[in-house]
Design a protein around this ligand. Structure first.
Ligand code: NVA
Length: 314
């Protein structure tokens, strides 16, 4: 069966660990593997704005020996000018893999169902699995290895119903971590995703907590993460976001409640003075730029791992 990375729990705990260890090795030997030599091509499609994701996937495909075919979703108009199913079959006959940043998860699911090549989620409204793999790699580096992830606590503050919250729930639970989501009562995670995270955590020794108390979300945490209060495609006004999420701002006082060795993650772009203060993101606990670099290594590992399973010459 063709494997894809559409949501974080498409990788079981063993597989996630394989990908993270591969990412670690590929970071140490950055130009040493060329599974896309030929070059084979990867379509990298953006229906939403991007900087890190376009950069890291484009460079990553080149470093793997391939050719990145970057497609502007505004020109392609997938699902408008041409159906997703037809687009998938056109792409699948010409490229080795498809990377797509789009809106609803159902769109990327349909692409994967019809493409015949591996499909990677480069962010949807519901999930951002490549980011969470990069985040897990970043945390593992702070603790000298992927083995250290099980049992660590990650506290997330902000929008509990966005892609990052959902991906932390599934991805960190898969890693055997304790995931705490600090979010207001009316921005609770999707109940189905939350149930999946709880089921995964029960099997991996992790745990899941959703709370509207930001102090409880962060207390003693090894990792503290946040994200924009207004995600791409969300039309919420700045004043409304402040009223809803202001209590969940990651500032120095809030961070003081985490473990002394805690590191701070933010997927970027960051809105300083909103979800995170300048002092925290520029402070000694912040690893956000290592995290941004790790997108490259994590995604190269994802592509390599998926191509191996798709029977590509690696
Ligand atoms: N939740 C944010 C993540 C950006 C990388 C968004 O979807 O805009």
């Amino acid at each position: 069966m063709m494997r894809h990375l559409l949501r974080d729990d498409d990788l079981n705990p063993d597989e996630q660990r394989q990908v993270l260890e591969l990412a670690w090795r590929m970071k140490e030997d950055r130009f040493g593997r060329h599974p896309l030599a030929g070059p084979r091509s990867v379509a990298v499609i953006f229906d939403k704005p991007t900087l890190r994701t376009q950069l890291s996937f484009t460079l990553g495909v080149v470093e793997l020996g391939g050719y990145p075919m970057v497609v502007d979703g505004n020109l392609a108009q997938i699902g408008v000018r041409e159906s997703i199913a037809d687009t998938a079959r056109v792409l699948g006959r010409q490229v080795a893999a498809i990377v797509w940043r789009t809106y609803d998860q159902s769109r990327i699911q349909e692409m994967a169902d019809r493409a015949g090549v591996p499909v990677v989620n480069a962010l949807t409204d519901q999930f951002h699995p490549c980011q969470v793999l990069a985040d897990l790699l970043t945390v593992a580096e702070q603790h000298d290895g992927v083995d250290a992830l099980p049992g660590l606590t990650l506290g997330y503050l902000g929008d509990g119903a966005n892609n990052m919250a959902h991906s932390y729930l599934l991805g960190a639970a898969t890693a055997g971590m304790h995931v705490r989501i600090g979010t207001p009562a009316d921005r609770q995670p999707d109940p189905g995703i939350l149930a999946d995270a709880r089921r995964i955590a029960a099997a991996t020794g992790g745990s899941v907590l959703v709370t509207d108390d930001p102090a409880a979300a962060v207390a003693g945490a090894d990792v503290v993460a946040t994200d924009t209060w207004v995600s791409m495609g969300d039309s919420r006004a700045a004043e409304e976001a402040e009223a809803l999420f202001g209590r969940f701002r990651l500032d120095a006082a809030r961070l003081a409640g985490a473990a002394e060795h805690a590191v701070v993650l933010h997927c970027l772009p960051a809105y300083r003075g909103k979800e995170i203060t300048d002092e925290v993101i520029e402070g000694p606990r912040s690893v956000v730029f290592a995290e941004a670099e790790n997108r490259l290594h994590a995604q190269k590992a994802v592509l390599t791992w998926l191509l191996e399973r798709a029977g590509e010459p690696v």
